[in-house]
Ligand binder design. Structure first.
Ligand SMILES: [Zn+2]
Length: 260
């Protein structure tokens, strides 16, 4: 029941993330104006905006013009709901009912992880769809990540080193490839990864991002969907890598040390 509540909360946030992604791309204002159907411009009512339920009950069509609703909407809602449950499940084992002060710290980390997931989902979709990492997303995310992590108790130095490593890793490839492999957005996303994770975990995130990126690239090459020179949405892989490191970096570090 508790997890169902978290899931529903996640789908509502997912619905909001869809709006952020679409409106930042179309140049509209994120808040204030009501949502419209992109086909018939009909202003959507509350009943059309219930996450997942609206899509299912209307069998994927606009209630007013019968045009299909993009799969992105229910998919992002579903995935956000699922990730919120995962983040909660991941952290709930840390709770200690004898120590309320400690629990408030756990609560802060949980909240931080949910906020980070929101940013990562936006970066993930945006780079996948349009091969772009927006500065108006990464800059605020960097400030928020820095503030939240300092409150939680990260040291300045750890976050700074993480950002330098994340940024430097991409800056090196940027210089080597003369800006052909990656863009400036990747550099700033690298810095954001460091500010979100700190030094140790950012290395884990980069490791994950490269493994995932390599696997998917090979798969797409075999599948014949991409050629070697095709653009790779690296921000999408790194967003995924950051998420995995956020939840499981310590496990990965322990595993790595155990096989040495
Ligand atoms: Zn419509």
């Amino acid at each position: 029941m508790f997890y169902l509540f978290i899931f529903i909360f996640g789908t509502i946030i997912g619905s909001f993330l869809n709006v952020v992604v679409i409106r930042t791309h179309d140049g509209g204002r994120i808040i204030k104006s009501r949502s419209q159907c992109p086909h018939c411009q009909h202003v959507l009512g509350t009943i059309d905006l219930i996450p997942l339920i609206s899509f299912i009950s209307q069998s994927g069509q606009c209630r007013y013009c019968r045009q299909p609703i993009a799969w992105q909407y229910p998919l992002v809602e579903l995935v956000t709901g699922f990730l919120f449950v995962l983040v909660t499940y991941n952290i709930i084992g840390w709770l200690d009912w004898e120590n309320l002060f400690y629990n408030s710290a756990v609560f802060l980390i949980w909240l931080r992880n949910l906020i980070f997931v929101g940013f990562l989902i936006i970066i993930f979709i945006y780079d996948l769809k349009w091969y772009l990492i927006l500065d108006k997303i990464t800059w605020p995310a960097m400030v928020i990540a820095l503030i939240l992590n300092l409150i939680i108790g990260f040291s300045w130095l750890d976050l700074l080193l993480g950002a330098v490593v994340g940024f430097g890793f991409f800056a090196l490839q940027y210089i080597v490839s003369n800006g052909r492999w990656i863009g400036g957005g990747d550099l700033r996303l690298g810095a954001l990864a460091g500010l979100m994770l700190g030094l140790k975990a950012v290395i884990v995130a980069l490791f994950f991002a490269y493994i995932i990126g390599a696997l998917i690239s090979v798969f797409l090459l075999i599948w014949g969907r991409k050629e070697l020179k095709s653009q790779i949405p690296f921000g999408t892989f790194l967003a995924l890598g950051i998420f995995l490191a956020l939840l499981w970096s310590q496990e990965v570090i322990n595993w790595y040390l155990s096989i040495l």
